[in-house]
Design a protein around this ligand. Sequence first.
Ligand code: PMP
Length: 401
Amino acid sequence: MFNSVEKGKPIEVFQLNRMFLEDPHKNKANLGVGAYRTTEGKPWVLPVVRKTEIKLTQDESINHEYLPVCGTDAFTQAASGLLLGEQSKALAEKRAFGVQTLSGTGALRLGAEFLRKKLGRTIFYYSDPTWENHHQVFTNAGFETAKTYRYWDQVNRQIDFKGLLADLSEAPEGAVIILHACAHNPTGSDPTQDQWKQIADVMEQKRLFPFFDSAYQGFASGDPDKDAWAVRYFVDRGFELVCAQSFAKNFGLYCERVGNLTIVQKSSKTTEAVHSQITLLVRAMYSNPPAFGSRIVSAVLNDPQLRQEWMDCIKTMSSRILQMRAALYGHLTRLNTPGTWNHITEQIGMFSYTGLNEKQVRILIEEFHIYLLKTGRINMCGLNESNVEYVAKAIHCAVTR
Ligand code: PMP
């Protein structure tokens, strides 16, 4: 029976990671994986997370009963509050609420399931390029038509804003538009506030539905409010929308699968019905969310002292990334590497879209043991004081070959 099953395509980012782990070369560098690394190139458990998890494991009042299907109020209110702001009118008026999900991916899938099955949406748009999973999350949820909107101008290494607006203005009414809330993956280039206003204008006129993906709040700029600006702006303008939130990066809780789907409606009158339908969707997919990671996040966000410690941690992460951007840029310009490299310091978040082509990427992997995606996307966290010069010299060789 299983003979008819064809082997699926490997997932590039995980395949790269395996190649990196198996490579014995002493100067190898992993710029592929989407996770934070310390100056020593190690994964980082945020001290406030370590402290909180130890406390939780010693708390005898905690048991392993099922959580509610949509998660605990302590978690979802803190998560949606982080996104929309503690003073959010939409939250106060109970027309916005959150649902705990299996990290950011689970929130995208749940949102897509809801829009497809309960609101009959069939068309979605994603930026070209985007995080490689958007396409299959939405099509697997039953969306029939996948379309792209222009995002990246490869020649000038910046957003193709004219192309973006033109494509959105041609989208049919009701289309679901995936928007990266901040730190666009993979380009690291976000619209300016003025550009967001123009995007909102077109989406309002064309009655397009915003589906924000917020995987880097706080991690991108070090300031969670700043990183939530676009989402809050759309809410203030009166859009109904959903937003997928991930706590993988900003809490370093990758494997714990902590996420939240925030739903913003015009009126609280629809909250009960929407919540009940989402409950049924979750019940049929995985029944209840996992508890451990969400307990950590809610304990930290709901305690002013711990929350401040977390803010200090996200500053540590985001400023290390900025230092590495400056260091890589400095080495490349000192080497007079052909091309412009300003985009490395201008882009934000963990990723940089270097502009390297597939041939250059192959040289970096095969000759220099530097692993990166074939689109030329690099994770700045894979750089540190001891390898940044080696990486810059390798890029120089690949570009001048
Ligand atoms: N969206 C984007 C844009 C991402 O970069 C990621 C993580 N790579 C996610 C969603 C989801 O990640 P997770 O499911 O691990 O929270």
